[in-house]
Write a protein of this length. Structure first.
Lengths: 176, 419
């Protein structure tokens, strides 16, 4: 196909479907990258709040994909080449393992057997199931897990009661 | 929240949470309703709030020349915190080169090096990376439709074993249960406490009446009618056969209230019974000229005596003298009231040094010095002329004379000056 000569005043337009396949894909990703970058800087979106969850809740599927969560566990294994770590917890005579994707928090000093607190988004990964893409990974070895659990439970109870009361207060107004 | 539900702004200062940095959950800070009366003030559960205290993980960081913007996440929400940089942090690396060049003696204080250390310390506390903990205190502002905290104080928190985080969670929960969930009781006078408040009301009614009418003396039944409205305002659920009893009991109530009110007024020194008899005649202290004259006479005469000329008369001495000569029932509070008035009228000078009255003999010093009770002064009397209360022109003239006399030798005895 002969290229039309660009005359004076003509605008040169490159249409995506005129590009060959591999360039089309690159073009798409590049534009997506720039758009997301501009969005990031102009809207200044904050990440979602990471709510505390217990490891057994994460593995059982009580959390939705895309949720920002905070959870904890002992670092049982770390595979730097795959950027994958596993946090293990013992609860109700069962071992629960939470898989963490650590690409965003590397490099970090892995201490096998130490308690870690992870903050990140839940993803469903192939072959692994529920995985947490960590944004923050803190070593908190020495933490009193029982106290932490108690604090989380009390906080949840408080929110439940408050939402109940708010719901009750709203209901009479709905019925009237 | 409806504008009608908001408490009026004049009452906001009464709420303790208004003046404190409220430790709310970040989620609640973001969801607080802004006041329609004053923008910049928010409400959480009817509590007016404008400054908060949050603690959480930094999940977002933006640095500019003058400030940091950190996104703080405590598990319930994420909020931006605008943290202004200290001047020390903004300095460039100049001092470092100076430090290397300086050859101070070992162990001597080198300000440049110390300043550099301070700068490093501050930097370590203020420059926080994502994943670290930050404590922020400051007012809540709205910027570009987003709520932000303009940090007045912020610092990095080291929490290796999560102790601080757990303690914070428990404390905030406790604060919610103790303070933020409860509504402030702003109505101080509740209808249930009618017994106490009616005496208060009665005393204020009586005081106003005595002041306005310049009453010098009265009998209880003269003023009883003033308190009638307080009794009749009580809810009456009268049936026919009980009405008589109700009328009687209201009389008794009135008498009771009158009695209590008069007792309160006597305790305050506003009234006193000159003569205790069946016929109760109450004299109003501030309007009783005879009492004033009697007290002044006592002070004048006693100031002439050598014993009191030097140091003045003690208040208890005057009290006993008044009780002997005038009336047994004058209380100390009544006497203090009279003395205060006499002092205001520049007729006498009161000195107090730890409740004992010590004196210097400069008798004609004006009472303008009385404003500072810390200096020891004299319980002294003015010139031996009968001054009626409120006769300020005379006291002004006398003040002029007094100033000249003060310049003379300090120790002048009243009885040596012929009047």
């Amino acid at each position: 196909m002969r290229q039309k000569e660009a005359g004076h005043g003509d605008t040169i337009v490159t249409r995506a479907d005129s590009l060959p396949g591999y360039l089309r894909l690159q073009y798409f990703f590049l534009s997506a990258f720039y758009v997301s970058l501009s969005l990031f800087f102009y809207n200044e979106m904050l990440p979602a709040a990471a709510i505390y969850h217990f490891p057994w809740e994460v593995t059982s599927g009580a959390v939705q994909e895309g949720d920002s969560i905070r959870t904890f566990g002992r670092l049982s294994c770390y595979q730097p080449e795959e950027s994958r770590a596993t946090l293990s917890t013992q609860h109700a005579s069962e071992e629960h393992h939470v898989v963490i994707h650590t690409s965003l928090v590397e490099p970090f000093n892995p201490i096998i057997g130490a308690q870690y607190l992870v903050l990140g988004e839940v993803e469903n990964a192939e072959g692994v199931g529920v995985m947490v893409r960590a944004r923050v990974l803190n070593c908190v070895d020495g933490v009193n897990i029982a106290q932490l659990q108690k604090a989380i439970n009390e906080q949840r109870q408080f929110f439940r009661e408050r939402d109940c009361k708010a719901g009750d207060a709203a209901q009479p107004t709905d019925t009237t | 929240m409806d504008p009608a539900d908001e408490p009026p702004s004049i009452l906001w200062g009464l709420d303790p949470t208004f003046s404190a940095f409220a430790r709310l959950y970040v989620g609640d800070v973001l969801r607080m309703v802004e006041s329609t009366q004053v923008p910049g003030i928010f409400f959480y559960n009817m509590h007016p709030i404008y400054k908060v205290d949050v603690f959480g993980t930094v999940v977002y960081k933006k640095e500019r020349e003058d400030f940091f913007c950190y996104g703080v996440d405590d598990g319930t929400g994420v909020i931006k915190c605008l943290c202004w940089k200290n001047n020390l942090l903004k300095e460039d690396e100049g001092p470092n080169t100076w430090q290397k060049c300086s050859h101070g003696a070992q162990g001597s204080f080198r300000p440049v090096a110390e300043l550099e250390k301070l700068r490093q310390n501050q930097k370590s506390r203020c420059c926080v990376e994502i994943g670290e903990l930050l404590r922020v205190r400051g007012p809540v502002k709205t910027s570009r439709q987003q709520r932000e905290i303009m940090a007045s104080t912020y610092y990095k928190v080291n929490d290796p074993v999560m102790a601080v985080r757990i303690a914070w969670m428990m404390e905030v929960l406790e604060l919610y249960n103790q303070c933020y969930r409860k509504h402030l009781q702003l109505q101080t006078v509740s209808i249930g406490d009618s017994a106490i408040s009616s005496v208060c009301k009665a005393t204020s009614i009586m005081k106003d009446f005595l002041k306005e009418e310049m009453v010098t003396k009265f009998r209880p039944y003269d003023v009883q009618d003033l308190l009638q409205p307080l009794i009749s305002s009580h809810p009456q659920t009268a049936t026919e056969n009980q009405e008589q009893l109700k009328v009687l009991s209201s009389c008794q109530e009135l008498r009771q209230l009158m009695k209590e009110t008069l007792q309160v007024l006597q305790d305050e020194g506003m009234v006193y019974c000159k003569v205790k008899s069946k016929d109760e005649v109450y004299h109003v202290t501030v309007h009783d000229e005879e009492l004033f004259i009697a007290i002044k006479d006592i002070i004048r005469e006693d100031s002439k005596r050598e014993k009191y000329a030097e140091k003045g008369c003690h208040i208890l001495h005057i009290l006993s003298a008044v009780r002997q000569r005038y009336s047994l029932n004058v209380t100390r509070t009544a006497l203090e009231l009279v003395l205060k008035l006499l002092e205001c009228d520049s007729d006498i000078r009161i000195s107090c040094l730890h409740q004992t009255l010590s004196s210097a003999s400069s008798f004609l010093t004006p009472t303008t010095f009385m404003s500072s009770f810390t200096t020891s002064m004299n319980f002294h009397f003015g010139p031996p002329v009968r001054l009626l209360p409120g006769n300020s022109i005379l006291s002004v003239v006398l003040r002029g004379i007094k100033r000249r006399v003060v310049r003379l030798k300090n120790i002048v005895y009243l009885n040596r000056i012929s009047c």
